[in-house]
Design a protein. Structure first.
Length: 238
């Protein structure tokens, strides 16, 4: 039976579009029929995850996320992917209400870091992801030390996400580089791009330091878990 990936998308729209592009680009296919079947629910109406996590909004994204997951389940998708890292804060809430395999990219990140024998990472992510300690808790299970940006550097990250990518304004890549330098100075061996809006920046603005882009990892695992092959050049992400 042909497998189908269900995508909880629109959070944000550019990230979802890039996620689809990555899957197509990374799949070892020579004809249309060898690519991954996807059903994408592009729902930008989902309330802001960071604002809710930080108690800056009472608009709860969970019911909408669960509803989309259930609609995808009705369409008989084989598994679910959500190209929004912050929304993984609600992963358990969604899993409780569905019976479809749900790819958890944060757990996949931990597995890859263990495989690569990485002991200290730096995280670039939303305030919601940092505050909820999604990466800190998961990496801590493997004894991986997680460094986060200073308050000033985190403000740069927030601006890059909200004022640039979500607003479709060219990113200030100097700020991107400053955050990476801050994390390197803290001893990070690898920089984790832990926000899919930042993945959009990383697409064009490559840095020399080791970077693990979680959106690339999510695309890779989506391909593999649906029984397709990843192109050889994408077998190693950093």
């Amino acid at each position: 039976m042909t497998k189908v990936l269900g995508v909880i998308g629109g959070v944000g729209p550019l990230s979802t579009a890039y996620f689809q592009e990555l899957i197509v680009k990374m799949t070892n296919a020579k004809i249309d029929q060898e690519h991954l079947n996807m059903i994408i629910f592009n729902m930008p109406m989902i309330p802001d995850r960071t604002k809710y996590i930080l108690d800056k909004s009472n608009d709860n994204p969970v019911p909408v996320l669960i509803n989309i997951a259930k609609e995808l389940e009705k369409l008989n998708v084989s598994n679910l992917a959500m190209p929004c890292i912050t929304a993984h804060h609600f992963y358990d809430d969604i899993v409780k209400e569905t019976n479809v395999e749900f790819i958890n990219v944060i757990k996949e990140t931990r597995k890859l870091l263990i495989d690569k024998n990485v002991h200290r990472v730096g995280i670039m992510a939303t305030e919601g992801t940092i505050d909820s300690q999604l990466f800190q808790k998961e990496m801590g299970k493997a004894g991986i030390d997680v460094k986060v940006p200073s308050k000033r550097m985190q403000s740069h990250v927030t601006e890059l996400i909200y004022d640039n990518v979500k607003s479709d304004i060219p990113a200030d890549t100097k700020k991107f580089d400053l955050v990476i330098e801050d994390l390197i100075e803290q001893g990070a061996e690898v920089i984790i791009i832990g926000c899919t809006e930042l993945s959009v920046i990383n697409k064009e603005h490559k840095v020399e330091y080791k970077v693990l882009d979680t959106l690339e990892l999510l695309a890779k695992r989506s391909i593999e878990l649906n029984d397709l092959q990843v192109k050889e050049e994408y077998n190693t992400l950093f």
